[in-house]
Design a protein around this ligand. Structure first.
Ligand SMILES: Nc1nc2c(c(=O)[nH]1)N[C@H]1C(S)=C(S)[C@@H](COP(=O)(O)OP(=O)(O)OC[C@H]3O[C@@H](n4cnc5c(=O)[nH]c(N)nc54)[C@H](O)[C@@H]3O)O[C@H]1N2
Ligand SMILES: Nc1nc2c(c(=O)[nH]1)N[C@H]1C(S)=C(S)[C@@H](COP(=O)(O)OP(=O)(O)OC[C@H]3O[C@@H](n4cnc5c(=O)[nH]c(N)nc54)[C@H](O)[C@@H]3O)O[C@H]1N2
Ligand code: SF4
Ligand SMILES: [Mo]
Length: 668
């Protein structure tokens, strides 16, 4: 048996360092790498048995073509050769270009793997053939937009700094499920006496990590933060010296927004009492080095970017950034160190003919000919389950005149709509390099075993397609190892010595410039509470969309799966999707504990069993996980039948939490 370093490839801020044990071309076990600067030797339960994913009997092993109907299942498919699969795709792409124009081809992909090579593997190819380009807005671009509006291109604070904080706020993040390694730093701080606060819409897995809990009404954090800013200013707790030196627009914010945005007004919107808000504001502002870990939950609303901007103002106004352990982590800038420029061939002029926001997949597939899509190439994503407004998405995928290719590791719900299904490798069957959006450590994950069956990596498939399409760019001849070498060797922020270590396969934590926390990379060089470049120059309260229905629906992340990844594993419980409801609300609707209900709005309706839970706020319903259809509570639709494709206020992000529903007994 031999052991190798690797990196967890999933869409998770932790990007854990792995030690993979291999015997006879099989992965026998996986454990955490103690040398990894952030993940320090532990993994989450999802990855504890990665070998079960790699060697799952459900893995796709060879290319297939559809011989039956769309939307049914794997029995509608037969095995074909790679040659036939690739020839069919190329023939279709050429016909589509001739008959409808190249922009009728659409790539749809996301972060099934976060690898710097495999994730954007197809970007340049599709731009080069003039296809419609697709942004990557499904996750949390509004959170990024909110941070950038205030801090521009400033480097993110290192997560490990939280250890030195005396007050940590886990704000809209369910860290136990989604960023478990930050809890290591939280626990060190706790041992040194730090107080931990958690701000969420309901009691999550993470609540018992904290001393103090605040429940907000979904979408209302902007109001809570503005109320706190009002109190901090009113009670003389703002750090005036810091503000004078480093903050733009504080007086304007006070005079034009805060004076009028009283704690009473804030309380009416966010549901937090004025007393509790004052307590939180005072604790935050009097802490020596308060640290906020900002999650993505609260950014997935029509007011998401603005919610984030207001929270980003807090560490500025109390001067948290000047102290070790103080600041706010929205998303780490690890990716700035090894960028995706090489994969995107950023220096080659090949502009996309048009850009599609990925949240609009359904509209794009169903709208009349003006924006018609005739060929769809999906990889590293499972839109039939994870995309918003599922009924429309599925209607589009069902179109007989749509040619769909799906490149996948498993026969997901999206495969059911494919004309051609291609088998994909897992991260131990191909070469890649990984950065992280939660910390600063970079590492390679080299190929450790031969591909299962005839599976191929994203890059292998795309470079083969490029050649068959007649593209002669030298780029498409490069192997994954050569790409990694180029990516690392052209990363000017990484020292030569570190480049060598990374290429040898060891994880390396990037060295941050001294005093980086106070080097604000904005046009003014200051933190911009007033940002004249922003469409909304000044921070203020914005409302969400809502749906004019009585209940907010929170679809949180389940600890057992990651988006719809890991659904291929076996689960003990037969009932994976449950709805949690406050007993008082349930009684109003005459609903018994455990009874099946229907939740619905004008986009769809989902049947699900409802369970009483005192810890759920009145007017809020909670369900966890985006499960495959076969695992869903309703035989016909999964949970995204209820969500909308409405964009966030900035960044064309998804608004998965900005959903309201009606409720009734299932048989009523
Ligand atoms: N186990 C597991 N891990 C995951 C994932 C998974 O599905 N499962 N998904 C991965 C992905 S793709 C991502 S993007 C990250 C996301 O990880 P997080 O940043 O943690 O984001 P979410 O889990 O979407 O939401 C976090 C919390 O925000 C809360 N929330 C919702 N609306 C509001 C609001 O208006 N105000 C406040 N204060 N809180 C609100 C939700 O209740 C939830 O508990 O996790 C990654 N890790
Ligand atoms: N209701 C609701 N919906 C949500 C969310 C939510 O909180 N609530 N979260 C949203 C968020 S934050 C996100 S990021 C999206 C994510 O949504 P998706 O992008 O659909 O992510 P996954 O469901 O993880 O699907 C990734 C797929 O990629 C495949 N895959 C893995 N590695 C490879 C590879 O190397 N090559 C290929 N070809 N395939 C590979 C996996 O088998 C898996 O089926 O979901 C969103 N959907
Ligand atoms: S899913 Fe996240 S926490 Fe779990 S092993 Fe992978 S990177 Fe680490
Ligand atoms: Mo995400």
């Amino acid at each position: 048996m031999k052991e190798y370093n690797s990196v967890c490839p999933y869409d998770c801020p932790d990007a854990c360092g792995l030690i993979v044990s291999v015997e006879n071309n099989k992965v026998v076990s996986v454990r955490g790498n103690k040398e990894h600067a952030f993940t320090r030797g532990t993994l989450c339960p999802k990855m504890a048995h990665y070998e079960k994913v790699i060697h799952s009997p459900l893995r796709l092993e060879y290319p297939m073509k559809r011989i039956g109907q769309k939307g049914i299942g794997e029995d509608q498919y037969v095995r074909i050769s790679w040659d036939e699969a690739l020839d069919t795709i190329v023939k279709n792409f050429k016909n589509t270009i001739d008959n409808y124009g190249s922009e009728s081809i659409l790539r749809y992909s996301y972060a099934g793997t976060m690898g710097v090579i495999q994730s954007p593997a197809a970007d340049y190819f599709f731009r080069r053939i003039g296809a419609t380009d697709q942004d990557r807005g499904i996750c949390s671009p509004a959170k990024k937009a909110g941070f950038c509006s205030v801090y521009g291109d400033t480097l993110a604070i290192k997560p490990q700094e939280a250890q030195h904080s005396d007050l940590i706020v886990l704000w809209g993040i369910n860290a136990t499920a989604t960023d478990v390694h930050i809890l290591h730093d939280v626990n060190v701080a706790k041992k040194n006496g730090a107080r931990i606060w958690i701000i969420d819409t309901h009691k999550t897995y993470t609540f018992n990590q904290a001393h103090e809990h605040i429940y907000v009404k979904p979408s209302s954090d902007g109001a809570l933060a503005l109320g706190m800013l009002h109190i901090i200013h009113r009670d003389g707790l703002a750090d005036i010296e810091f503000i004078k030196k480093h903050v733009q627009g504080f007086d304007k914010l006070v005079n034009e927004v805060l004076l009028e945005f009283t704690p009473e007004k804030a309380s009416a919107i966010c549901g937090v009492s004025v007393e509790r808000m004052t307590e939180f504001a005072h604790a935050y502002a009097t802490a020596k080095a308060p640290f906020i870990r900002l999650g993505s939950g609260l950014s997935r609303y029509g007011n998401g970017a603005m919610n984030c901007r207001t929270i980003n103002a807090l560490p500025a106004v109390v001067g948290a950034w000047q102290h070790l352990g103080g600041g706010l982590l929205s998303s780490a800038s690890g990716s700035k160190f090894v960028g995706k420029d090489i994969m995107q061939q950023a220096h080659v002029h090949a502009p996309a003919k048009r850009l599609m926001p990925m949240i609009k997949l359904g509209e794009m597939l169903t709208s009349p000919s003006g924006t018609a899509v005739h060929s769809l190439y999906v990889f590293s994503s499972n839109p039939a389950i994870t995309a918003p407004d599922q009924n429309i998405v599925r209607k589009g995928l069902m179109r007989d005149d749509l040619f769909t290719v799906v490149h996948e590791r498993f026969f997901t719900d999206t495969c059911k709509y494919a004309d051609i299904v291609l088998p994909a490798t897992t991260s131990v069957e191909h070469d890649d390099i990984y950065n992280s959006y939660g910390h600063y450590t970079i590492g390679t994950g080299y190929k450790l075993i031969e591909p299962i069956g005839e599976s191929r990596s994203n890059w292998q498939v795309i470079s083969a397609l490029a050649k068959r399409m007649g593209l002669d760019d030298e780029f498409f001849n490069l192997s994954e190892r050569e790409l990694i070498e180029q990516i690392v060797r052209t990363s000017s922020r990484i020292s030569d010595a570190d480049q060598d270590v990374i290429l040898q396969g060891e994880p390396v934590e990037m060295t941050l410039p001294e005093n980086y926390k106070l080097d604000f990379k904005t046009p003014s060089g200051k933190i911009e509470l007033y940002n004249p470049q922003d469409e909304e120059p000044l921070i203020r309260y914005l409302p969400p969309y809502g749906d004019n229905a009585p209940f907010w629906l929170i679809i949180g992340n389940d600890i057992r799966i990651l988006d719809s990844s890991f659904c291929e594993l076996e689960f003990d419980e037969s009932e994976l999707m449950k709805l949690r409801i406050n007993p008082e609300d349930a009684k109003l609707y005459n609903i018994n504990n455990g009874e099946e209900v229907e939740i619905y709005n004008n986009r769809g309706s989902v049947k699900i069993k409802a369970y009483y839970d005192e810890d759920i706020q009145r007017g809020t319903l909670v369900t966890l996980g985006v499960w495959w259809q076969s695992q869903s509570s309703d035989p016909d639709v999964a949970i995204n039948a209820l969500t909308a494709d409405r964009p966030t206020d900035q960044g064309w992000g998804s608004t998965f939490y900005d959903v309201q529903v009606h409720l009734k007994k299932a048989d009523a």
